[in-house]
Design a protein around this ligand. Sequence first.
Ligand code: COA
Length: 436
Amino acid sequence: MPNEIISITDQRTNQTYNLPIETGTIRAMDLRQVKTGPEDFGLMTYDPAFMNTASCRSGITFIDGERGILEYRGYPIEVLAERCTFLEVAYLLLFGELPNQAELDNWVNEITHHTMVHETTKRFMEGFRHDAHPMALLVSTVAALATVYPEARDVHNPKNRLLQIKRLIGKMPSIAAMSYRHSLGYPYIYPDNDLSYTANFMNMLWRMVEPKYVANDVLARALDILFILHADHEQNCSTNTMRSVGSSHADPYLATAAAAAALSGPLHGGANEEVLRMLDAIGSTENVPAYIKQVKDGHGKLMGVGHRVYKNYDPRAKIIKWAADRVFEVTGRNPKIEIALELERIALEDEYFIKRKLYPNVDFYSGIIYEAMGFNPAMFTVLFAIPRTVGWLAQWQEMITDPEQKIARPRQVYTGQRTREFVPLQKRGLVAATKT
Ligand SMILES: CC(C)(COP(=O)(O)OP(=O)(O)OC[C@H]1O[C@@H](n2cnc3c(N)ncnc32)[C@H](O)[C@@H]1OP(=O)(O)O)[C@@H](O)C(=O)NCCC(=O)NCCS
């Protein structure tokens, strides 16, 4: 039972309403009783971009942006990144608990045996232009999986849902690698079930004529850590899309394709690509102070800095910075890291950034690592989509089984014209024509 109440007095009617407060929220539907008369529809909230609206209850990911805390199912991200593999974390996100050894072995085995894509999918991908963006290939191909698994439409059957979840987690790296090789004109590589999730991904990306691909352990582990860090981030734009499309009970392949489409935008998954462009534009560490001055004067932004939720150092950025050093021991130092470190050093000491609580976010260092590993910027968002698929699916499953959820359907504040007199075609004047 709620034990806190907020009283709202409507100055239009002088009537007071007592609304219960639960877990720091009031229910928007409770405002509907606030009316000026029987004809009044009732009060609504107006919240473009969901700046202050909780759309669900979720037990998956916790963020405290003020303190820079990120936890999956109650475990700090730092501990998971240090102690777990990506598939272990995937299990945690989906089922709520860390697996024991037998559960983990079984889980890894099942995901590994879902990495192969149907031959029709391969042929489907061959039809794309060679210069198509890998993210567009990924979105289209994930949607096309719905044609291969029509039974996925039965979203209310828990066993069936789980099967599609395993298929999607298994096939995402395969499709991502095929998107990459397609853009280079290389033949596709079949998965190797002897390898770990990330080592197999590297195999499908980079194997050429050697009979067996041997992944570098440090790089495979770095990729695994990056996957853990990107696996979920509560109600972000793409996760909200997953829940919204899924709320109509669309099948999970189509909902995942929609979520990936949302991720593809530069304001979401594409930001790390922008960081690399910025570092290229700066060119060298001597130019950093001038660049910062330019940003402070209102010309452009420091890309990879600032966050809607984090008003402290993004905990993922700290781990990525650590992982970058491990990767550079293998690949050689990406010279852009020096520019990034100098940018961070100056920004963290500067009044402008301190006052606005602007700290490096997850994208600040991730692109530099990916580039050092040999990925071109067009692949960065695809690399994000692979692990985020786990978060999307965990959130989708939570939404489908939540009795409070219904089809997502926001309201609007209508600003157009009303009940106009119809003008027959012959009588429509020039004004209407020139408007179009
Ligand atoms: C992430 C981001 C969109 C968050 O935006 P937001 O929560 O709406 O914050 P605001 O845009 O209101 O920013 C608040 C203030 O900080 C400034 N600011 C925010 N990010 C900044 C940045 N990267 N560089 C310089 N100034 C920045 C804004 O200009 C604003 O200043 P003002 O108060 O003088 O007007 C924003 O910080 C940004 O564009 N960062 C760079 C892009 C990026 O790295 N995106 C990836 C996010 S994971």
